[in-house]
Design a protein around this ligand. Structure first.
Ligand code: ATP
Length: 364
């Protein structure tokens, strides 16, 4: 039997609720078959760790999780600590440290979800957004001088490299090629940003030649927001820079019904380092500690984690259990207009996983 080492980092806020829920679901999946098991290690990094140690994670923290097969991450964000410290000190430290250069964000309207676009059915919205995750606007290059003086200056430099753009573009074309519609939309802003974004466009043209069977088009990021609302069915796979995709994927999650459902994978496609999976939502301080967080975003992230490990059957089994849960409005949490708790949704998904394993073993 295979053993997968999973590093769990709940982080802050509702991360501390949804990650243990995710572990329970993974235990249920492991108990339901004999092909693999999980070995979890948990790390208490985040805001509380910062208050004790003055940093979000230990300096040698990456070494502790380097050998994991995958990382399951909750959220980084604390009301008492500036956001740039929580983000750069933990999540981005891992993403950049492990060169997880493709941030992948699927969006679908799951069964039973009342999505806000009334002219759009579940078949009209099935997107996967690839976000460049290692450079661009979040390269961390820039600085401040003369702080507090009238001549104060601050810069954040967007840095794009040919190697960085080529690899994420190639990843996106390959992903588009693997999906039934074989269609990619490249998001740009080269009308206004005439250096890096023009190179981005040129590289898209260059890489597209390697994928003659993929139909692709280019869309300005501002126009893309309107297209997502007005013509959702015209999109399938989407690739965008770090900042553009950050914004578009929150819009995508909201259009699909709730931020509480949406998953993410921070992928190192070359498999040199562990990839990291996390719900797209943040710490949600307004509901933390109340047992009200929707764990579906974490569960769907676990589906991505399982796919990344090559466990397609278990991934499919969990996705079906998730869809069964969303189809039942009694299992909707507050973000979906219901009153279910994290516990109730977790128990239901674990039970559906166990049920489906019994069915599968009866059929086999
Ligand atoms: P951060 O700054 O860390 O991104 P945030 O509080 O600004 O966090 P989110 O946590 O991403 O933003 O979400 C905004 C709101 O959406 C929350 O305040 C909460 O009400 C709701 N929300 C987000 N995730 C969930 C969830 N999993 N379950 C229920 N509600 C959620």
């Amino acid at each position: 039997m295979k053993t997968y080492r999973i590093a769990c980092i709940p982080g802050d806020g509702i991360g501390k609720e949804v990650i243990p829920a995710g572990q329970e679901v993974m235990e249920a999946l492991a108990a339901a078959q004999t092909a693999f098991r999980f070995e979890f290690s948990s790390y208490d990094w985040g805001g509380d760790y910062y208050r004790q140690h003055g940093r979000m994670m230990p300096d040698d923290g990456l070494d502790a999780i380097r050998d994991a097969h995958a990382i399951l991450f909750g959220s980084a964000g604390d009301p008492d600590i500036p956001d740039h410290i929580t983000l750069w000190g933990l999540r981005l430290k891992i993403c950049q440290g492990f060169d997880q250069y493709a941030n992948v964000r699927p969006t679908r309207i799951l069964p039973g979800i009342d999505a806000p676009l009334k002219r759009c059915g579940p078949k009209d919205l099935d997107w996967i957004i690839v976000r460049e995750n290692s450079e661009g606007e979040y390269a961390g290059v820039g600085g401040r001088a003369h702080q507090g003086h009238p001549i104060e200056v601050a810069t954040d430099l967007s840095v794009m490299t040919r190697a960085g753009v080529e690899r994420v573009m190639r990843y996106a074309f390959r992903l588009a090629q693997s999906r039934p519609r074989r269609q990619l939309t490249v998001i740009t802003k080269s009308n206004a940003q005439r250096h890096a974004m023009v190179m981005w466009d040129e590289i898209a043209v260059q890489i597209s030649k390697e994928f003659p069977d993929v139909t692709w088009d280019k869309e300005l990021v501002d126009a893309a927001t309107a297209r997502m609302v007005n013509r959702p069915a015209s999109l399938d796979t989407i690739v965008a820079t770090n900042l553009h995709a950050d914004i578009l994927s929150d819009l995508a999650a909201a259009l699909a019904g709730s931020l509480g459902i949406a998953p993410t994978g921070n992928i190192d496609p070359e498999g040199r380092y562990p990839s990291m999976f996390e719900p797209i939502h943040g710490s949600a301080f307004d509901i933390m500690g109340k047992g009200l967080a929707n764990p579906i975003g974490t569960f769907w992230s676990i589906v991505m984690l399982l796919e990344n490990l090559g466990e397609r059957r278990a991934a499919g089994q969990l996705m079906k259990a998730i869809e069964k849960a969303t189809a039942n409005s009694a299992l909707h949490t507050g973000d979906l207009g219901g009153s279910a708790t994290t516990r109730q949704v977790t128990d239901a998904v674990c039970a559906y996983v166990a049920e489906s394993s019994e069915t599968l073993s009866r059929v086999a």
